[in-house]
Design a protein around this ligand. Structure first.
Ligand code: SF4
Length: 274
């Protein structure tokens, strides 16, 4: 059944997803840098995200990796008008400096991730990866820092960073980019936000309602029973249903157009009036 969802929504236009920015580049190092930047700011409404990223990538033109690793950092004046929701221009600038620091210390973000990778410890792996960026950021603007580089040990689902890993690790399929060669897709965790948490609840993959780390693990475990080598393969197709507003679970009569209709417990419960 999930393969039917993949067939129905897996070809949804990339313009609905910030991964489109990473698809603009040809070199592996630019793809990695662009994907990390785009995933990090993938919060808020799609038009708002795209508008902000267009302006940020103009600063990083023509090569995000080249600009981030140049001998001189991007001056603060270049980000002085860049604000995304509650992330201030100074926060955007510190974010760029934190990535620069990671590149200078490790050469690539893949190497940084591998340096902290332990088998079977997805949460620890993510914690070690993101703590490097927090160190590069420093203590100023800690609220913005902790949002852009969350700590999974505090319960965060780290949705945007699992999204980045999905883009990097899964083989190129028109959406994901397959830019990393040393990490197996079998260990990936589903990027969980409110859309995924709700849809996963609809089809009985979790009873939890909060979009946190435990929910992400629970949904991933359910996907793993279907596809152990690639548990996040359904993520893009499923989240399109939520992101494109096709399911609010509050609009009776709409479900017949939804590919989840045959297996949706919420739909069945609503229909039976329970
Ligand atoms: S069947 Fe209806 S309630 Fe269930 S996911 Fe689809 S649109 Fe939402």
């Amino acid at each position: 059944m999930l393969d039917a969802v993949l067939a129905a929504r897996g070809g949804a236009p990339l313009s609905s997803d910030p991964v489109e920015f990473a698809h603009r580049y040809k070199k592996r190092e630019d793809i990695e840098a662009a994907a990390f930047v785009a995933a990090s700011f993938a919060f808020g409404a799609v038009p708002q995200i795209r508008s902000f990223l267009e302006r940020l990538f103009a600063v990083l033109s023509p090569s995000p990796h080249g600009v981030l690793t140049a001998s001189r950092p991007v001056p603060a004046s270049r980000t002085a008008t860049l604000r995304h929701r509650f992330i201030s221009p100074e926060g955007v600038h510190r974010f760029l400096l934190a990535i620069r620091s990671a590149y200078r210390d490790h050469g690539t973000l893949e190497r940084l991730y591998l340096s902290g990778m332990r088998a079977g410890d997805a949460r620890g792996n993510m914690a070690r990866f993101l703590s490097s960026f927090r160190e590069g950021w420093g203590e100023a603007l800690s609220r913005e820092r902790n949002f852009l580089f969350p700590d999974p040990s505090l319960g965060s689902a780290c949705k945007r960073h699992h999204l980045f890993l999905r883009w990097m690790v899964r083989s190129a399929d028109g959406v994901d980019l397959g830019a990393w060669r040393s990490v197996s897709p079998s260990g990936l965790i589903v990027p969980v936000d409110t859309h995924m948490a709700r849809l996963a609840g609809c089809i009985g993959l979790t009873r939890r309602t909060s979009a946190d780390w435990r929910t992400a693990e629970e949904i991933t475990a359910a996907f793993r029973t279907v596809c152990p080598d690639d548990p996040v393969r359904y993520d893009y197709a499923l989240t399109r249903i939520g992101i494109m507003g096709d399911c609010t679970a509050r609009r009776p009569g709409f479900c017949s157009a939804c590919p989840l209709d045959p297996i949706c417990e919420r739909r069945r419960t609503a229909t039976s009036g329970k």
